[in-house]
Ligand binder design. Structure first.
Ligand SMILES: [Zn+2]
Length: 372
């Protein structure tokens, strides 16, 4: 059965790729392009830590700088960050990764860029690399162990756990066949740009099935900006300008990606006071959808036991429901949105109550419900 499916897919690849090329180029000039930047980890999960370098903080700073540079260089591009604070999406690592991918899918992303730094026990490993998804059977099996060296459980999928006949896998495989050339292009550009700052270019990596790449519907890459455990990479990454330089490298790659695929969208305008003001308002707009470390949310339901956020009852809010822990018997609070004020939350409450009639606004901080 599996061989039959692979054969069918191989037969349709030429058509699929041709159609993709047309689809990617035929979008009208006025339709907005979207990039989602995902600073890895956050909240209870720091990522790699070496001396005073904490990955979750480092990648957040780089990601914010990427957004700032993109807003001024390509005002036509919509830039979203998955998080702008020290917060994770979900207590469960696998769900956390899926929600990041679903965030990109919901935003209609044309490109997903995860930003990370690497670490290994073997401190001689150094250099930058960028991961893309491949679901080639041999590559997945060869790299099974490599994945567990780099990443924690939940960050990647064990190829032995994948049911090759499942609809989910067939869909992921057909997306991968469509997206891989585009992902590779973005990845190669990124490696090339980062290497300009002296990092060894380890190139494009495939094989490990990163959860977030598996569930992203668009071309997607995971950028690893060097090994914090290596003394040369550590010295560079902690040098004064490194965060800004890494952000410039990633921005350059994204600009090249979009201008090559979709034509000249880069702004040639000089940055004037007026355009800086516009960029600022753009920044506020692109904050929409981010999860703030503290603020207000709309509680949809509460439960005495944990419920899957992809459960059917949440279908209208697919990918937008998150668990916030509360007190008492019904301590699992399933919430929507992240707002700075209770007034902002109240604006959405009417629409939410059409689906969840008992929904109300709650205040939260660092993943837990707090008193208003
Ligand atoms: Zn990481």
């Amino acid at each position: 059965m599996r061989n039959l499916i692979i054969h069918i897919l191989l037969l349709v690849i030429p058509f699929v790729t041709t159609n993709v090329a047309v689809a990617q180029n035929s979008a009208s000039a006025e339709s907005k392009r979207v990039v989602v930047i995902d600073p890895g980890h956050g909240g209870p999960r720091p990522g790699k830590v070496h001396r005073d370098l904490v990955e979750k903080d480092y990648v957040l700073a780089v990601s914010k700088e990427v957004r700032k540079q993109l807003n001024s260089r390509m005002p036509e591009l919509d830039v979203y960050l998955t998080r702008s604070c020290d917060s994770a999406y979900h207590a469960d690592r696998n769900k956390d990764n899926r929600l990041r991918a679903e965030f990109a899918n919901k935003k209609g992303a044309d490109l997903y860029v995860g930003i990370h730094a690497n670490a290994l026990e073997n401190t001689s490993y150094k250099g930058c690399e960028v991961w893309v998804l491949t679901l080639n059977d041999n590559l997945m099996r060869q790299n099974k162990l490599v994945g567990s060296m780099y990443a924690d459980e939940g960050d990647f999928i064990d190829p032995d756990d994948i049911d090759r006949n499942s609809q989910g896998f067939i869909m992921a495989l057909s997306r991968q066949l469509e997206n891989e050339p585009f992902s590779r292009f973005a990845a190669e550009e990124c490696c090339k740009e980062m290497a300009k700052y002296g990092l060894k270019n380890l190139g494009v990596k495939v094989g490990t099935v990163f959860t977030v790449l598996y569930y992203s519907e668009c071309p997607s890459i995971i950028v690893e900006m060097g090994y914090v455990t290596n003394k040369d990479d550590y010295a560079y990454l902690t040098s004064k300008n490194a965060k800004k330089e890494m952000a410039t490298a990633i921005t350059n790659a994204i600009v090249t990606y979009f201008t090559t695929l979709y034509g000249a969208v880069e702004s040639s305008q000089e940055v004037t006071e007026e355009s800086a003001e516009e960029a600022k308002s753009e920044e506020v707009k692109s904050a929409e959808g981010e999860i703030l470390a503290e603020g207000y949310a709309i509680q949809l339901i509460s439960s005495a036991t944990e419920v899957d956020t992809s459960d059917y009852q949440f279908k209208e809010y697919k990918g937008r429901v998150r668990l916030i822990m509360g007190e008492g018997k019904y301590k699992y609070k399933y919430c929507y949105g992240s707002y700075k004020s209770t007034e902002d939350a109240a604006e959405d409450l009417g629409a939410v109550r059409k689906v969840f009639k008992d929904a109300y606004v709650v205040r939260y901080k660092d993943g837990a419900i707090v008193a208003k």
